[in-house]
Design a protein around this ligand. Structure first.
Ligand SMILES: [Zn+2]
Length: 257
């Protein structure tokens, strides 16, 4: 939350909001004493503008250093529309890259509940939008035989080879599969013997019960995507890959020839 003299910093993690410090820029005496002569009034105004500028720079700097310390990942700014054009140019480019939205509210009077609600709404919208566009990217990469795969069989294979960066599941996605208790192999084909080790497999009513924990363990960004017709056509499951194991060698050969 920021205005021309104040800034308050909040952390939002899941639904938990905590205030983490503030910057209050007191107007210096000379800045606050408005003269009654035209010259002095103009001078005082410039002084106030200069102090607001210094304040905005200090707030931007704090955001940058906190980001470098790993204190936050994504940013939502609460700021009156009239202050925004003054503040925005001071944001460091990589802080700005992490800005997901802005809302208008008064720094001094805003309640924690309002901050939480605004930030939460913007975050949800951002995640939904990001899931949508990234899923589209994965699908088009898959079509071009690049860093994307679609359909359960290929997604499972990519999970096993550690290629998956982001995973997209259509809302309410569910599919049957088998799991090998011995080696952990997951198969979209309902086979009784594991193709990897030959042991007996166990049938899963919903493959999500197996792949969601894998995604969490492997730090894979997981999206539940609503109403995405392309994902629907692509089998309701897709993944964006960090690399493509089967193409590294082929790609090098192609590049060398
Ligand atoms: Zn096995």
């Amino acid at each position: 939350m920021v205005d021309r003299q104040r800034a308050r910093f909040f952390d939002l993690r899941l639904d938990d909001l905590r205030e983490r410090g503030a910057i209050v820029h007191m107007l210096s005496r000379s800045g606050a004493s408005y003269g009654y002569h035209g010259y002095e009034a103009g001078h005082a105004e410039r002084r106030v503008a200069e102090e607001a500028l210094q304040h905005f720079k200090a707030v931007s700097e704090r955001l940058r250093t906190d980001l470098e310390k790993g204190l936050w990942q994504r940013l939502v700014i609460g700021c009156h529309s009239s202050n925004w054009p003054e503040f925005e140019p001071h944001l460091h480019p990589y802080v700005k890259q992490r800005l997901i939205g802005r809302f208008s509210a008064d720094v001094a009077s805003v309640t924690d509940e309002e901050v939480r609600k605004h930030a939460d709404t913007l975050l949800r919208e951002w995640i939904e939008e990001r899931g949508h566009s990234k899923a589209e990217e994965a699908i088009s990469f898959a079509k071009a035989n690049g860093r994307g795969v679609t359909g359960l069989r290929r997604v499972l294979r990519a999970l096993e080879t550690g290629e998956v960066q982001s995973l997209f599941l259509a809302e309410n996605y569910s599919a049957r599969a088998v799991e090998c208790k011995h080696c952990g192999h997951l198969d979209a084909h309902i086979v009784s013997a594991c193709v990897a080790c030959g042991r007996k497999t166990r049938e899963l009513n919903d493959v999500c019960d197996a792949i969601i924990p894998i995604a969490i363990r492997s730090d894979i960004e997981l999206f539940c995507v609503k109403q995405h017709s392309e994902l629907d056509r692509a089998g309701n499951i897709a993944a964006l890959l960090r690399f493509r194991a089967d193409q590294n060698r082929a790609g090098n050969i192609a590049a060398a020839s």
